[in-house]
Design a protein around this ligand. Sequence first.
Ligand SMILES: *Cc1c(COP(=O)(O)O)cnc(C)c1O
Length: 532
Amino acid sequence: MVSSQSYLSTRGGSSGFSFEDTVLKGLASDGGLFIPESIPSLPADWQTAWSTASFEELAFNIFSLYISPSEIPPADLRSLISKSYSTFRAPDITPLVTLDGAQRLHLLELFHGPTFAFKDVALQFVGNLFEYFLQRRNAGKEDGEKESLTVVGATSGDTGSAAIYGLRGKENISVFILHPKGKISPIQEAQMTSVLDGNVHNLAVVGTFDNCQDIVKELFADADFNARHKLGAVNSINWARILAQIVYYFHSYFALAKRYPSEHTNPRFVVPTGNFGDVLAGYFAKRMGLPMEKLVVATNENDILNRFWNSGTYEIHAVSGKDAEGGIVADGVKAHEFGVKETLSPAMDILVSSNFERLLWYLAFEKETKGEGVEERQKEAGERVKAMMADLKGKRGFSVTKAMLNLARMDFDSERVSDEQTVETIKKIYTGSETKYVLDPHSSVGVTAALRNLDAEYSNHQICLSTAHPAKFSHAVDLALNGIEGYNFEDVLPDQFKGLAVAEKRVEYVEKAEKELVKEVIERLLEGEKSS
Ligand SMILES: *Cc1c(COP(=O)(O)O)cnc(C)c1O
């Protein structure tokens, strides 16, 4: 067991961060992302010792390799984990469903948390971590001296609701989520605005998602405002989100091994990808020693990652479109100056994948550093990443060396899936599976990639990560299935969604997409929280 673990920035500027630093800061001050100083390896007996562990026990075993016990004592870590996953509806937390035994096609269902999307797996834990660290810092302090955190984010759907459900009711934390008024799906809007906890604030901004995102960036860059309210972020670059997602790769591996006891399973994981957070967790699992043949990056028509794996060039293509989720654009490049293509899998509509920087660091570290000691090589890798990110900003792209690309291809394959194919696969799986399984469009992107592997005679097990419940994305599901005998959308709708339309809601309108206006609203609502 690793007894101490610390973190460094992918841009080489700094190292020696604690886990608490990475969680509360989110981003390093040199603009880089946090990664562990070393990737822990598994205990020698993990295959047997962990094989019957519950999801929560696996989470504990894995988190313990990345978080020093001096930072979070084991008993506290256990209770944080148990609290985080008590909100899930499935006893298994992330159940593995076999779609087609003969074809060895499996689905890892990640949508049994409060908002019915995979982001809950991470954000339920992150919310509890925030609260835990703040409580500890505030112990014994008078009310007026207590540290608080103001989480601000923009959303076009999934991220916002998962963040709100992760942070609702948490002490000393206020949450402000901006969404473009009238431009997110009714279910997602109702999901967010029906949360009535006093610390949760939905701001419906007249404008586009990109306007919201730009305002959030401006707020973080506003030193005065930031210092006054201690802004926090929950976007997908937070290291704790990646960490939490490693668990289900292990969990599904054991579920598969149990189902096929006479085989040495070596599955391929197929991951519908946007900001590269979900699949990056798989990369850490692989590097730790979890047997897997490969990770498949499945993109929609916003295909910057697929183009990278084909060519070794990572390049922003300006396409006309609007309103991207995630949508982290290179520093300083405003989202609305580019726009992404709007697809049927909106949570993957991104221009640039923010977590890809972490993989780049490892590729550079392995292939492009010459220093004697590890520390020296870490610095060199950071310099390389910094240069690549500068080119992304200045020249809108960069290429990696042949050696780096080859290394990336050893661990990953990639596939690009069109909207037409997404719909086709939803139909194919519904009509072709015994259970009449209904895929959501994001999961369908992954399954489409897996079906291509089958066509290419790949015969090993494939685990496709299923990232959302189909009822959240009724538009695409209806496109695929309306008119097919036996299909009725009402049958897909979970009970939890049925009362949403008439539930009590609270939302604050912002008449214009302007930073100053949003600042006023935030400060007024914060005052209101204090006096209530
Ligand atoms: C966020 C999201 C994704 C993409 O995950 P990344 O970690 O950004 O690659 C896929 N599907 C759904 C439903 C999501 O909400």
